[in-house]
Design a binder for this molecule. Structure first.
Ligand SMILES: Cc1cc2nc3c(=O)[nH]c(=O)nc-3n(C[C@H](O)[C@H](O)[C@H](O)COP(=O)(O)O)c2cc1C
Length: 384
């Protein structure tokens, strides 16, 4: 069973100050990353200090707790939970509870999606009571099954309704609330600046903008310049997102948009170390976060988190992406064996061999030794 506490009337942790939160930030290695020209810097979001401004995006089905732990360990400035459907969380769906669970990191950001204020209110209270340090609201998801339910980026078609949800969350919790959006529904309705301004006026503490409209889905190129209008409309930390995949594109996106940081999504497939790598590169550090990423370690964490056989299935795409990125081709037979095996021990052995071939330490420093507490004890009892 998930360790998530459910309850209709979760307490509001309003304390009037974020001092307690600040104390727990950045206690892990690697430490804050800063550089002289200000491209890499720590961010303060509603009084909560984030390690740096190169962030891992929330990605349903990808940025689960083990993936976030791997990214954090490698130096990502912040990591976000997968989108959590508010009504499903409140009504006790196991899958949503797992998505909302604290990954054992110093800061826990839970992203909520929904279309009814009452569920957003209750889900936000629940997430806060279960340790969320920041609540992010999703107004960017383009998926039809989400927008047909009038949540995600569909909310950008009705800003009054969007603001009802924002106000519900702001009224429910004491922790900082942030908002992720697209440029607008389509090119005829670019309203990210207006939504951002209204949200910030209401109390939202950070805005992330994916530089595409909902109707673009993932087509075309992200328009970082268009995000500048959001910069001009608001004065809270602004994060630009979309098609950023290296230090140069991170710099270009920040320069074009005036944003304070960047968020990396799909490019992190198979390399959750990338946000940390970029932060290091931009800060001029010689340290390569990638040297600390171990697929074997990530794999073990996934198996512990989900249990078998679910963990084997969840791990396959990560292992597949990682093998695609190896500097040598993995033989088709071996690849098939790894991708279809029902034995975690077998897969782990093969991954160790591949890591050794690549010259990486097969016994990379453990999750615990990096100051990240794995949640593996919470074994999953979901039906296979
Ligand atoms: C598989 C997948 C799942 C996603 N899930 C979420 C999500 O749960 N919440 C969210 O705000 N955005 C989600 N996104 C959008 C990403 O956070 C990001 O905005 C988008 O991928 C653009 O960034 P990129 O070009 O760096 O990938 C998802 C994207 C992908 C590809």
């Amino acid at each position: 069973m998930s360790g998530y506490l459910l309850g209709k009337n979760q307490p509001n942790r309003r304390t009037g100050s974020n001092q307690g939160l600040m104390a727990v930030v950045c206690k892990n290695q690697p430490s804050d990353t800063e550089n002289a020209d200000g491209m890499v810097r720590s961010l303060t979001v509603g009084g909560v200090r984030w390690r740096n401004n190169i962030l891992l995006a929330p990605m349903s089905g990808v940025s689960d707790a083990p993936f976030r732990r791997a990214a954090w360990r490698c130096g990502a400035g912040m990591v976000f939970s997968e989108m959590v459907a508010s009504e499903a969380l409140v009504t006790g769906h196991m899958e949503m509870q797992m998505k909302a669970e604290n990954a054992g990191l110093p800061l826990h950001v839970v992203q909520l999606a929904g279309r009814q204020a009452k569920w957003m209110d209750r889900a936000a209270r629940l997430a806060e009571a279960n340790g969320a340090d920041v609540i992010d609201i999703n107004m960017g998801c383009p998926a039809r099954k989400v927008t047909n339910g009038l949540s995600g980026s569909a909310l950008m078609r009705d800003l009054d309704h969007a603001m009802e949800l924002v106000n519900a969350v702001l009224g429910a919790v004491q922790v900082p609330v942030t908002l992720k959006m697209r440029l607008g529904w389509d090119h005829h309705s670019i309203n990210a600046p207006e939504l951002a301004r209204r949200a910030v006026d209401a109390g939202v503490q950070m805005i992330t903008v994916h530089g595409r409209t909902r109707c673009q889905f993932y087509k075309g190129k992200a328009d970082w310049h268009a995000v500048r209008a959001v910069r001009e409309a608001t004065d809270v930390p602004l994060i630009v997102n979309g098609d950023i995949g290296c230090a140069d594109t991170a710099k270009a996106a920040m320069a074009a948009s005036g944003a304070d940081g960047v968020m990396l999504g799909r490019v992190s497939y198979g390399q959750p170390n990338l946000p940390g790598d970029i932060a290091n590169e931009l800060s001029g550090s010689k340290e390569q976060a990638g040297n600390r990423y171990s697929m074997v370690e990530h794999y073990r964490d996934m198996i512990a988190f989900y249990g078998e056989p679910l963990g084997l299935r969840c791990a396959r795409k990560h292992v597949g992406w990682w093998m695609e990125r190896l500097p040598f081709a993995v033989g088709a037979d071996l690849k098939r064996e790894i991708m279809t095996s029902r034995s975690a021990v077998f897969v782990e052995e093969k991954l160790e061999t591949l890591e050794r071939e690549q010259g990486w330490p097969s016994q990379a420093s453990s999750v615990e030794s990096q100051g990240v507490a794995p949640q593996g004890a919470v074994l999953r009892e979901r039906a296979a």
